[in-house]
Design a binder for this molecule. Structure first.
Ligand code: PMP
Length: 424
């Protein structure tokens, strides 16, 4: 691309000097940000960007309730959880009240990766298996064990033999009966694991299949796959790092849209609105068995400041009506995109639920996936003050997952700019 302005070039060089090749910066012209409120990110040159990318500050960047709760708690007490601390126990009760029986207990962590790492350990201990079934472009985190169940993390090769990946639930892979086809694929993957001598432990999926390109429909689709996994003696782990905390607009958890109750639920990202807070919600028997074999302690997991943030997130979700807002504004975006499509043949399928939408960008000529066009749109939208990312195996699916406080007017601005770019 074109050379960067000198000041920006210096900042990028400085970043690379400290962080080396693992440092990832978005955009051809990386963004220098200095602040954020609601669904708006402010850059150092004063430009206000509409944020459709960041799902961690889920109740809004700088939400006053969360800021105040953190400020108050950090000045009062912040320590590990081996003492009785009211905010920790109160938060756990508030969180668990959002789960169906028999998911009545929680282990608090700091990240989604730690949550999935613990979930794998619980499932493997309970089943004496090692085999895990995931989806083809899944990402579940960054520890050694969780990387093994994250096919999207491999730039060369792929997961070990005790991990089997199945295509995500979409008619392109399974025809009209997506639920039945997906369940068959899971059952076949389990059979292949067992045939190779890898006893089956768990089916692990992100319940909105975000890195696979966002697959939410039809509601209920997971039920037969979960039944198949259980018939084969495995557990079902629902990764709620992406869809959890009301994002899908009708349910607090992605698994609930599908009418299933997992054995283990893993939480992260939006849980603390940016304060490091994650968790594993599960059945008491699974935690008891694990405690007998290993025990679990996480120094920073569920510290008082994180729990204060988590409690404020639950308050803000309810008081600001954010789940309903996610439903209404998400449906509004989908409608506006449908209206735009006739004039913009590059807009392919639009999928998702609530404020988690995937917009396929395709070639107008033949309808094929067009990741280069998606990349140009991401950079073009940034030049027009809108931040968005992409997902899916080919990277051609624009991913809309803003803070849940996004307004209909902000959504209109996005659709308007997308249309202008596509027509321009
Ligand atoms: N699960 C899913 C579905 C995720 O998207 C992510 C993060 N992108 C993780 C787990 C890992 O979470 P963390 O980065 O907090 O470790």
């Amino acid at each position: 691309g074109a050379a960067l302005p000198a000041a920006l070039d210096q900042m990028v060089t400085r970043r690379r000097r400290s962080f080396g090749a693992t440092s990832v910066l978005f955009y051809d012209r990386p963004l220098h940000v200095v602040g954020a409120r609601g669904a708006t990110l402010t850059a150092s040159d004063g430009t206000q960007y509409l944020d459709l990318y960041n799902n961690v500050p889920s109740v809004g960047h700088g939400h006053p309730k969360v800021v105040e709760a953190v400020r108050d708690q950090v000045g009062r007490l912040n320590i590990h959880s081996r003492y009785i601390i009211d905010v920790v126990d109160h938060y756990a009760e508030r969180l668990l009240a959002h789960f169906p029986a028999p998911l009545t207990q929680v282990a608090l962590t700091c990240t989604g990766s730690e949550s999935n790492d613990l979930a794998l350990r619980l499932a493997r201990l309970a089943t004496s298996g090692i085999g895990v079934v995931v989806t083809e472009t899944a990402y579940h985190g960054n520890t050694a064990a969780v990387t093994e169940v994250s096919p999207s993390s491999y730039k060369k090769g792929g997961p070990p033999a005790f991990v089997r990946a199945v295509p995500p639930p979409h008619p392109a892979h399974y025809g009209a009966d997506v639920a039945g086809g997906f369940a068959h694929a899971v059952a076949d993957a389990v059979a292949a694991l067992e045939a190779d001598g890898h006893a089956f432990a768990a089916l692990l999926v992100d319940t909105i299949f975000s890195s696979d390109g966002v697959h939410a429909d039809p509601p209920g689709l997971l039920a037969s796959a979960v039944a198949a996994a259980r018939r084969a003696g495995g557990l079902f782990i629902a990764d709620e790092v992406q869809p959890g905390f009301g994002r899908t607009g009708t349910h607090m958890w992605g698994f609930a849209r599908h009418g299933v109750v997992p054995d283990i639920v893993t939480l992260g990202k939006p849980m603390g609105n940016g304060i490091a807070l994650g968790g594993v919600v599960t059945r008491p028997d699974l935690l008891a068995q694990f405690a007998g074999a290993f025990g679990y302690f996480n120094t920073f997991g569920g510290n008082p400041v994180a729990c204060a943030a988590g409690r404020a997130v639950l308050d803000a979700l309810a008081e600001d009506g954010l789940m309903e807002n996610a439903r209404a504004v998400g449906a509004h975006i989908a409608e506006r995109l449908a209206a735009l499509r006739p004039a913009c043949p590059a807009i392919g399928e639009v999928r998702g639920a609530g404020l988690y939408l995937g917009i396929d960008i395709v070639s107008a000529a033949d309808g094929r996936a067009d990741p280069e066009a998606a990349g140009r749109l991401i950079n073009g939208l940034r030049e027009r003050g809108i931040l968005i990312g992409a997902a899916g195996p080919l990277g051609h699916t624009l991913k809309v997952r803003p803070p849940l406080c996004l307004t209909a007017a902000e959504a209109d601005r996005f659709v308007g700019e997308l249309g202008a770019l596509l027509k321009g």
